[in-house]
Design a protein around this ligand. Structure first.
Ligand code: BGP
Length: 465
């Protein structure tokens, strides 16, 4: 028999600072790598975004109307500490303090990501995460957040999609320099992020008695293209390198053996300082947050070097790793307008895999469908495709709970329309429409989509819709 969602289940939705706030250079904010990234000519940058910075009260009121129990947002490091280290910007503190108070006014639990892709540019110029000093900068920044907001924030997330930053480092502003050394640099950055994260887990527990903290990678189950042993092995390779490398380090405090041997073979073992492995062991998360959009499929047949992969989407699948895995288009799945495969059952499998491996409570911090929504007459947006996607995933979440998975919250991407990481504002994810185009800001009006009303019913009925 189907189990219900727990009574105190955290229904909500997510955003990130650089994608939603705008006000990129206001009130003392420093520049982040996202402010200076190269954008394709037909895609908007993050300067104005959804102008949430000036509209947060209105936006939070709409979230409250949907009945949100939680709201997952990120804090822009560069609003708090414009140069990454050193001086603190009171105006930045004030903005997030007001946002948190506004949420609490409606009994919405703030779920705070400390760092969502937007590294301070000043730190990037000194080598970014490859530079060991960024570890201390991050721990110092986290301490400021705990001091300023720890009295009101119970749930913390360290780093958004660290695994995607490493696997797609070039796309996320993390990369510079000699391409031959790029991988080595990325895996060094990865090590530093893991160390920084564990130190912050530890710091959180020392400073804040009842707060809870966890990592927020993008995790998805990996399918072999067939039952051929080579394909199954390839899926195991990819899952180790894509998923478990990150969570094994965060939870068990050790490197995943398969991922380690991959790093050895590539000659990209990071420099590990004395005491680092002890740090990884000491800092433990209270829960695991993860983002899930789709599953991944790979094959392991490398005999025919010239054979093209059948893969044609642009979703979050890693480049081929010769001898280990090659991406594969899963012919059993439908795709979104943007070519991302839709796999609700894979969501249930992913939930089970994470829970049985780590035995920690789970929360979903992103899940959703990007589409070109159409604003029709009388301000209607009939985003039935989004409702359909979310409905199927919620159903699978409930099945996972029935399987015994301890899931305590669900935050789809995104609460409100915002600028996609690579594809601009017209790849929309929100329950709330923002009336602007890539280059025409129009009136920035907020309009409730059909999914807004649907999600309100879902929350009201605790998932029965
Ligand atoms: C995740 C990121 C988000 C968001 C989302 C959708 O990887 O954490 O920041 O961008 O993907 O991706 P996209 O914007 O590319 O459609």
């Amino acid at each position: 028999e189907l189990k219900d969602f727990p009574d105190d289940f955290l229904w909500g939705a997510s955003t990130s600072a650089y994608q939603v706030e705008g006000a990129w250079d206001e009130d003392g904010k420093g520049l982040s790598v996202m402010d200076v990234g190269n954008h394709p000519e037909d895609v908007t940058d993050f300067k104005v975004a959804s102008d949430h910075y000036h509209n947060y009260k209105k936006d939070v009121a709409l979230m409250a109307e949907m009945g949100f129990k939680t709201y997952r947002f990120s804090i822009a490091w560069t609003r708090i500490i414009p140069e990454g280290t050193g001086e603190i910007n009171q105006k930045g503190i004030e903005f997030y303090s007001n946002l948190i108070d506004e949420l609490l006014k409606y009994d919405i639990e703030p779920l705070v990501t400390m760092y969502h892709f937007d590294l301070p540019l000043a730190l990037q110029k000194k080598g970014g995460w490859e530079n060991r000093e960024t570890v201390d900068a991050f721990v110092n920044y986290a301490e400021v957040l705990f001091d300023e907001f720890g009295d009101r924030v119970q749930y913390w997330l360290t780093i958004n999609e660290q695994n995607m930053m490493i696997l797609h480092g070039d796309a996320l502003g993390l990369l510079e320099g000699d391409p031959d050394n790029v991988k080595k640099g990325l895996y060094q950055s990865n090590h530093h992020m893991l160390v920084a994260q564990s130190m912050v887990f530890d710091l959180c527990h020392k400073k804040l008695e009842s707060a809870k903290i966890g990592p927020a990678p993008n995790i998805s189950t990996v399918y072999p293209a067939s039952s051929k042993p080579e394909d199954v092995l390839a899926a195991n390779n990819y899952s180790s390198i894509r998923n478990w490398l990150y969570l094994d380090a965060a939870v068990f405090g050790r490197y995943n053996a398969t991922a380690w041997s991959f790093m050895e073979e590539k000659g990209i073992i990071p420099e590990i300082k004395d005491g680092d492995m002890e740090i990884l062991k000491a800092g433990k998360p209270d829960f695991i947050a993860f983002n899930y959009y789709t599953s991944a499929s790979v094959e392991g047949d490398f005999k025919d070097e010239k054979k093209e992969s059948n893969y044609e989407g642009d979703q979050q699948v890693v480049d081929n790793e010769k001898g280990l895995y090659r991406r594969h288009q899963n012919e059993h799945l439908e795709k979104t307008e943007f070519g991302w495969e839709i796999d609700p059952i894979g969501f249930r499998t992913t939930l089970r895999e994470i829970y049985s491996r780590y035995n920690l409570p789970l929360i979903v911090t992103e899940n959703g469908l990007g589409a070109y929504d159409k604003l029709e007459e009388n301000d209607k947006i009939n985003d039935n495709y989004r409702i359909d996607y979310l409905k199927k995933h919620i159903k699978q979440a409930q099945l996972a709970i029935t399987d015994g998975v301890e899931l305590f919250g669900y935050c789809p991407w995104s609460a409100i329309d915002l600028v996609s990481t690579h594809q601009g504002i017209n790849k929309r994810y929100g329950f709330i429409y923002v009336n602007r185009d890539e280059f025409d800001l129009k009136d920035m009006r907020r309009i409730k989509k059909k999914s807004f009303h649907w999600y309100k019913d879902v929350i009201e009925s605790n998932g029965k819709h």
